[in-house]
Design a protein around this ligand. Structure first.
Ligand code: UT7
Length: 335
């Protein structure tokens, strides 16, 4: 059985910074409320016409990841694209990246596990490499949330949290058994589908109907979140799934050199840190600058941590995510 490892990382954030003050001018909210409840100070939003889409941002992050891996796009055997905000309903966003990067005929598939999408992607890549089927896999997380946000007071809980951006990793076969992806642990719980959801368009309500109805009261095509329910489940599942990974690998919380939690809310990260008794330097957070970029949040944070020199050979890195579905997961890596 082969082993896999992350050999290149990249990120892309749109230039347009949206501060809490900017939001104060649009909706009934305040910088104090946002900072106190979420830790977020600013986020990025694409600007219509700036050329950015979910797929193009993903391709930009992927290009950097390939450069950092010292690899050409032709060497990629599989593209895994995690997003909840694809360019089109069909086809998926992975094939757009394939087209932008001029990769001829490798398979490309999308992963629709919202905030957990990148962890699901890394786990999938690891399995394809472990079986020997593929050698080099691009795992991308990219989101354009800004287009589907209800910028009225009705949608303010969502509007202040979410941001746009992309991150990517090249996962490759690793000849050494001493380092690489040690294990991944994935879960979902469908009974909570309604707690974090965007209900339209759907199989019973096509886009044409929504357009024809033109009903401003209808908020079903905006994301809905039962914030308290999500928060309560997130803190529980994050702790559980991180411990599951540690126990599986015979590791203790003291062995964690860096935990990169999905950047959902700074209070959630701080809660997990306290529950696991981790020092500040063991947990990476950048939600203050980018907001919650769902599937992109972990690869953006991972790239930034790596750029800052926070990862050294032999370090134990833990990735953990929780989000819509609910679905959650962790990946334990020896860097
Ligand atoms: O990526 C994974 C998915 N998302 C998450 O993990 C998010 C999990 N949940 C959360 O982060 C928090 O629940 C929120 C940040 C969304 C909300 O914080 P909260 O402390 O749970 O606030 P709340 O929903 O209980 O709302 C408290 C008050 C309400 O007013 P009343 O009813 O007390 O008068 C809300 O209407 O705050 C109000 N509120 C706001 N006020 C100012 C809600 N959103 C805002 C806002 N600005 N943006």
């Amino acid at each position: 059985m082969y082993n896999s490892k992350i050999v290149g990382l990249g990120k892309y954030l749109p230039d347009n910074i949206v501060t809490n003050k900017d939001l104060e001018n649009k909706i009934d909210t305040s910088n104090e409320w946002i900072v106190e409840r979420t830790g977020i100070k600013e986020r990025r939003h694409i600007v219509k016409g700036d050329g950015n889409t979910t797929a193009s941002m993903g391709a930009k992050a992927a290009k950097i990841a390939l450069e950092n891996a010292n690899m050409s796009a032709y060497e990629i055997d599989l593209i895994l694209f995690a997003t909840l905000s694809p360019d089109y309903y069909m086809p998926g966003s992975g094939v757009f990246v394939q087209n932008i990067l001029n990769i001829p005929t490798c398979p490309a598939m999308d992963i629709r596990n919202a905030c957990s999408g990148f962890v699901y992607g890394v786990a999938t890549a690891d399995q394809f490499i472990k079986t020997g089927m593929y050698k080099n896999i691009l795992v991308i997380g990219s989101e354009t949330q800004s287009g589907a946000i209800d910028m009225t007071t009705r949608g303010r809980d969502i509007a202040v949290i979410f941001g746009d951006g992309a991150g990517a990793a090249v996962v490759s076969r690793n000849e050494s058994k001493e380092s690489g992806i040690l294990s991944s642990h994935l879960h979902s719980q469908g009974e909570h589908v309604d707690s974090l959801v965007m209900k339209a368009p759907n199989t019973n309500k096509w886009v044409t109907e929504i357009v024809n109805e033109n009903n401003p009261e209808d908020s079903s095509y905006y994301p809905y979140m039962n914030g308290k329910m999500v928060f309560k489940n997130a803190v529980l599942r994050f702790e559980e799934v991180i411990n599951e990974g540690l126990i599986y690998n015979n590791l203790q919380t003291e062995d964690i050199d860096l935990l990169i939690p999905h950047q959902a809310n700074l209070r959630i990260s701080q809660f997990i840190q306290r529950k696991l008794n981790l020092r500040d330097d063991q947990v990476y957070n950048n939600i203050m600058r980018y907001g919650n970029t769902t599937a992109a949040s972990i690869p953006i944070a991972l790239t930034e941590a790596w750029e800052e020199g926070r990862l050294s050979e032999g370090n134990i890195l833990v990735l953990a995510a929780f989000g819509a579905g609910f679905s959650w997961g962790s990946t334990i890596i020896k860097w």
